[in-house]
Design a protein around this ligand. Structure first.
Ligand code: IDP
Ligand code: MG
Length: 192
């Protein structure tokens, strides 16, 4: 299927899509055409080593089920906005086993994948797209190390997380993944 037909198809498609190599997935599996234009752009930029013109000042976060259950939504959003991040999109929702599995597909081979998927679908989460200069790096600094026992003083994970698996928040690790992860949850008309 050539690119024009794929982009044409996008106009009638939904916002959720398979995060890994969406273009290839769609060509092979014509029954599920979950395509998003930005994911096609990301794929071709990577394939041909083209410098992407996509925004580099956005990141994506989730407040995970442990932090929601422990009543930390307000404090975490407060920390995020006090650190200078602007909220572009925000949603209180719940992942299923299937959508959590898709979101974390990149970790499918890791030993904790199954536990991670069941934990992330165990209760509601808050998803958000955030904007700030140097967003990816600054947000990773704000949340701290993956293991809260190793997270620096004053970071979100140090303050609100109890263990490496229930570690309060997610933060994107690259511009490309921030865009993919934001698209996983938010349509264009849900961003402000
Ligand atoms: P990150 O969230 O700091 O980017 P990743 O290595 O991308 O860390 O792992 C994704 C998530 O998987 C972590 O936030 C954590 O919830 C979980 N995780 C990572 N390493 C372990 C582990 O060794 N045991 C259990 N869960 C883990
Ligand atoms: Mg990560």
């Amino acid at each position: 299927m050539e690119i024009n037909r794929i982009i044409q198809h996008k106009k009638s498609s939904v916002s959720h899509f398979k995060p890994n190599y969406p273009l290839l997935t769609s060509i092979r599996d014509r029954k599920t055409m979950f395509i998003d234009y930005s994911s096609i752009k990301t794929y071709f930029c990577k394939k041909f080593d083209i410098k992407s013109t996509m925004s580099t000042n956005r990141t994506f976060t989730m407040i995970k089920p442990d932090a929601v259950a422990n009543g930390h939504i307000g404090s975490i959003i407060n920390d995020i906005t006090n650190a200078g991040f602007k909220i572009i999109a925000l949603k209180y929702t719940k992942l299923t086993d299937e959508t959590a599995g898709q979101f974390y597909a990149v970790h499918a081979e890791r030993p904790f994948y199954k536990d991670l998927v069941s934990f992330m679908s165990s209760g509601p989460i808050v998803a958000a797209i955030l904007e700030k200069d140097n967003a990816i790096e600054d947000f990773r600094k704000l949340i701290g190390a993956t293991n809260p026992a190793e997270a620096a003083e004053g970071t979100i994970r140090q303050k609100y997380a109890k263990s490496i698996d229930a570690n309060a928040v997610h933060g994107s690790d690259s511009d490309e993944n921030a865009e993919i992860e934001g698209n996983f949850f938010f349509k264009a008309d849900e961003r402000f």
